[in-house]
Design a protein around this ligand. Sequence first.
Ligand SMILES: [Zn+2]
Length: 270
Amino acid sequence: MKIIDAHIHFCQELYFDQIAELAGHENTSAHLKEQYAAHNIVHGVVMGNRSLELSDHHYPDDLSYCIGLDSTCFKVEEAVRQADLVEKHLLRKNCVGIKLYPGYNHFYLYDPVVDPFYQLAMQYKKPVAVHTGLTATSNALLKYSHPLILDEVAVRYPQVQFVMCHIGNPWLVDAIAVIEKNENVAADLSGILEGRIDRMTDFFAEKHGYINFLKVWLEYLDKYDRLLYGTDWPLANISNYIEFVAHIIPEKHHDKVFFDNANRIYQLGL
Ligand SMILES: [Zn+2]
């Protein structure tokens, strides 16, 4: 089975190096390439971090990227100027969307300051991926990353395709409601595992309640054409993640979740 990893980070810095090690990986493009070959992962979508400069976003051919407005590079008071820069990215073929980090940046998705970015997404017909759910740093604010907030912009911008990253975890029921109601909202399943898990069978037994809850609500939703495989590399172990997603998604939907949906939503042309 061919796989697209619809959510990775590709940042050469100490923080990412350390989390890669905990996941049993090395945060290098050579190691990533080797892992991709070993698991038949044919493409990855990078969620951008750290900079909006065009020169900071060069990736190997098997990676595309969403230009990311993380808390280190996005300034609310400079949003208009920064939107110009984002537009230059969207003109590139390998820039396949915009990534927003409201919890880390302390803004609501429906704040007018974000409007220029939705306008660009509409104009260039590229999706807006949004970090939802729990955050990795304690100075982030959860009230901004709650999945329910996505409902208002999904309604306001029906032509924009949204990707709810991490499916709002652990607010899964709220996330499912937003996805069910809004056809323009998909979700990636990244960021649910972290580190390396020695035996997945033990993990499935220990986390039986949680995993069953997730499966139950995905079954209830029954929108397997809007769920995307993603890992949040280098946060989690690749082989663990494939096993995890294969376990929570019924086998007849694997091709869609592991490949087709990302290919269609990020318009990768694979
Ligand atoms: Zn991420």
